[in-house]
Write a protein that binds this ligand. Structure first.
Ligand code: TXA
Ligand code: MG
Length: 361
């Protein structure tokens, strides 16, 4: 517990309170809402990943999130809403397209970036003129938002730069002793974070691919830009979650892209070579890849069938944490394409690799 860290903020007892993910007990929700209303932080499940929430109207409460996560102040937070009727209280101006998107995707893993309403404190937006918001599709999150009677600012409930938590035990591993309460609603169903879509750019722009696919947005919008390249730390930061070296496990990640028939032999050769050099290899692959890699050294983590990117996305972060726990020093991961949630998986693996992407052809 507190011994892991010399930080003085690692002092409190962190309670883990189990809740039914579909029908959370009102008493458990009331305890969490009470903490939020008292200006404290609480970790809770959403459909994407666990969030670390505080009352979005109160700067000193939101400040606690940054302290617990050791998150730099220049990284703005997502404001979670109980329903779409809160939108005009948080955003200064709500264009018709925001209502269309909300009607189609909320509750759900789509975050909209809009001009900031005046009641939102600076600490939420990192001083910027826009604010990000979404209505989460998780009964526990929605019950908490209803009971707290306030919008809840919440980033993912991990230490800054680390892999986002998809289970309560991941939150505990990162934030034990730093927060008073974790609502444990079991594993999160989507497994990657929400899609962050800016509506303040001339063309709606995906700042971070996530749980709502580009294809699904295109069907509503007709035109969507994707910001392709992660920006570097010294540029202006429209969405700092897009920095390289985000979502990173302890092990070094090497991310292989290219045709499967070439990628798998490359993974195999790399595994042998690295183990010979004294590295301990982890392989992050699809179920179908097992046979091709049979006999290769290393710890294997399969994410799902290779065409099933929804399952792959759901398993991704837990698998990265499991490989860390297994003590591997290098993770060799393969690409699963850009269709559907594949784009979000590719994005997170690219960042976990810190840009160390190996293209084979
Ligand atoms: O699924 C999710 O989005 C989860 C759950 C808890 O809702 N939350 C999450 O929050 O992933 P966080 O803070 O880890 O990531 C939020 C992302 C960051 O990349 C941040 O830079 C970006 O959203 N963001 C927040 N406010 C923004 C704004 N006003 N303009 C542009 N990007 C913004
Ligand atoms: Mg995060």
């Amino acid at each position: 517990m507190a011994s892991r860290d010399e930080d003085v903020s690692v002092t409190m007892e962190t309670r883990v309170l189990p809740v039914d993910s579909q029908h959370p007990a009102p008493e458990a929700i009331a305890q969490a809402a009470q903490l939020i209303r008292a200006g404290e932080v609480v970790a809770f499940p959403t459909e994407t990943v666990y969030g670390l929430g505080a009352d979005a109207w109160r700067a000193e409460a939101v400040q606690r999130i940054f302290e617990a996560k050791e998150r730099p102040a220049h990284d703005p937070l997502i404001v979670h809403l109980a329903d779409v009727t809160w939108l005009p209280q948080v955003a200064a101006h709500v264009p018709p397209v925001a209502h269309e998107l909300a009607a189609r995707f909320w509750p759900g893993p789509l975050t909209l970036v809009l001009p900031r309403g005046e009641r939102i404190p600076d600490v939420v937006t990192a001083g910027g003129e826009t604010v990000a918001m979404r209505v989460p599709a998780h009964p526990v999150a929605l019950a908490l938002l209803g009971a707290a009677e306030a919008p809840i600012a919440a980033p993912s409930a991990n230490r800054f730069g680390h892999v986002s938590p998809t289970r309560a035990e991941h939150v505990l591993a990162d934030l034990d002793g730093r927060i008073p309460l974790i609502l444990d609603g079991g594993p999160t169903p989507v497994g990657v974070e929400s899609t962050v879509l800016s509506l303040v750019t001339p063309t709606p722009t995906i700042l971070r691919p996530g749980g709502v696919s580009r294809e699904a947005l295109l069907a509503v919008l007709g035109e969507v830009a994707v910001r392709e390249r992660p920006i570097s730390p010294d540029e202006t930061i429209p969405s700092p979650g897009t920095l390289d070296q985000h979502y990173a496990p302890r092990a070094n990640v090497r991310f292989y892209t290219g045709p499967r028939a070439v990628v798998l032999p490359a993974l195999r050769a790399a595994a042998f070579e690295l183990e010979e050099q004294g590295e301990h290899v982890g392989l992050l692959i699809a179920e179908e890849d097992r046979a091709a890699l049979a006999g290769a050294p290393g710890v294997v983590q399969t994410l799902g069938a290779q065409g099933d990117v929804t399952t792959i996305a759901r398993q991704l972060f837990a698998a990265l944490r499991a490989l860390d726990a297994a003590g591997v020093s290098v993770i060799l991961a393969r690409d699963f394409g850009s269709a559907g949630l594949g784009l979000a998986v590719r994005d997170r693996l690219t960042r976990a690799a810190g840009g160390d992407v190996i293209r084979v052809a």
